[in-house]
Ligand binder design. Structure first.
Ligand SMILES: *[C@@H]1O[C@H](CO)[C@@H](O)[C@H](O)[C@H]1NC(C)=O
Ligand SMILES: *[C@@H]1O[C@H](CO)[C@@H](O)[C@H](O)[C@H]1NC(C)=O
Ligand SMILES: *[C@@H]1O[C@H](CO)[C@@H](O)[C@H](O)[C@H]1NC(C)=O
Length: 375
């Protein structure tokens, strides 16, 4: 029981921070795995328990599947880089405050940006695991076992070793989503946020699977196509980033209803969101948001100012485009604070001439470029 209201406020507030930090802490731990050597099985146990922020269930999976962990790390790392690429001209640029020691963005609120982050991280992990299955780098999976898809023509042979998107997705689901179901990690009052996270994790994996396609190649002497082989090929992370950016733009706002399910908020009409694990099985089949759509619950902050507790870096110092009416335009990006213009001068060799005999003589040209930088 709370003894004093003031104390409760304090605890409530710091819990919010801790939740947000734990979310990034485990991604940061995992992302660092990408550069560490394969966890040796004897050392795995202690390595897994020392990874900051893993839930008890995740630690167990980490021990059992220690050879998967560098792939999880690389997948997370690639996903964060792709997120930074896709949002490079937005106010929110997928970064954490410098010096916070974390890799990847912090999301205290259930915003669209959080939805995008969860989706791309879970897709990134599934992607990397699926690729490594194909390469034979993981002990418990091999090439894709998928039967020949209808769109592959009869004279093409199916059986090239394909990326294993199904295994990758399953592992990503087991490892990432488990923390949303564990009582010790789950935000006690925030079942909605857990459902939202799981839903967006799944959307990321579904989009990955949807864009995994047969790829075919001809073999034969001097260009003749005597032998045609096809296999399943994962899309590039760049494609996934672009598809998820579209989904980010059309993300659907949801809220948790009193039966403990997420439901769509649209023009005052409330539709249950399908395929969300609710208590009542019949809810899952309800019409609503397609499972590849992203969902969010909270309005985004404006991301204008540095705010360590929200995990936002602000837009001071960002390069903007004068006169552009898009997100990268100075008006939008600098939040009305204005911008400074700098002239950058670069020198390069130019107007080179050949002189008899035998040298090349160049002049030095100065190229000055103007850059606008948010105040
Ligand atoms: C689910 O809920 C509906 C109405 O909300 C109810 O009619 C149905 O019996 C419930 N099904 C189960 C399996 O509880
Ligand atoms: C995001 O913006 C901040 C603030 O201007 C900047 O310091 C950081 O380098 C940017 N991150 C990326 C990945 O561009
Ligand atoms: C000057 O530098 C800018 C930016 O580096 C480049 O885009 C542009 O082509 C350069 N102009 C010339 C004349 O070299």
């Amino acid at each position: 029981m709370r003894r004093a209201f003031g104390l409760f406020l304090l605890i409530g507030y710091s819990n919010l921070l801790v939740d947000a930090i734990i979310d990034v802490a485990w991604w940061s731990s995992v992302a660092q795995l990408s550069t560490s050597p394969l966890l040796a099985s004897s050392a795995a146990r202690s390595q897994c328990t020392h990874l900051k922020g893993l839930s008890p269930g995740q630690s167990q999976i980490c021990e059992l599947f220690s050879d998967h962990m560098p792939a999880v790390g690389t997948g997370a790392h690639n996903a964060i880089q792709e997120c930074q690429h896709q949002f490079r001209s937005h106010r929110w640029n997928c970064s954490t405050p410098f010096g916070s020691g974390y890799i990847g963005p912090i999301h205290q609120l259930g915003t669209r940006e959080a939805a995008f982050t969860y989706a791309i991280l879970s897709a990134g992990v599934a992607h990397e695991i699926g690729k490594r299955c194909k390469k034979g780098e993981l002990s418990s999976c091999t090439c894709s076992q998928e039967p020949k898809p209808k769109e592959v023509e009869d004279d093409y042979s199916w059986g090239g070793c394909g990326d294993n998107v199904d295994y990758g997705s399953r592992f990503s689901r087991d490892f990432i989503d488990i923390r949303e179901k564990e009582e010790s990690v789950k935000r006690s009052n925030d079942n909605g946020r857990s459902l939202m996270n799981r839903r967006n994790n799944e959307a990321g994996r579904k989009i990955l699977k949807r864009h995994t396609k047969p790829k075919c190649k001809c073999h034969g002497v001097s260009g003749a196509c005597n032998l045609k082989t096809c296999w399943m090929q994962l899309p590039a992370i760049r494609d996934i980033g672009q598809h998820l950016l579209d989904k980010y733009r059309t993300a659907k706002r949801v809220q948790i209803n009193n039966r403990g399910n997420l439901q769509l908020l649209a023009n005052g009409n409330e539709y249950p969101v399908n395929r969300i694990a609710g208590k009542n099985g019949s809810e899952r089949k309800a019409r609503g948001v397609p499972p590849t759509d992203l969902v969010f619950m909270d309005d985004s902050p404006d991301y204008c100012r540095y705010d360590r507790s929200l995990g936002t870096v602000g837009t001071e110092g960002r390069h903007c485009k004068r006169g552009s009416s898009g997100a990268e335009g100075c008006d939008a990006l600098c939040c009305g604070r204005g911008y400074n213009t700098l002239t950058l001068e670069t020198t390069a060799k130019c107007k080179c001439k050949f002189e008899w005999c035998c040298k090349v003589v160049c002049q030095t040209c100065v190229n000055s470029t103007r850059v606008d930088i948010c105040k």
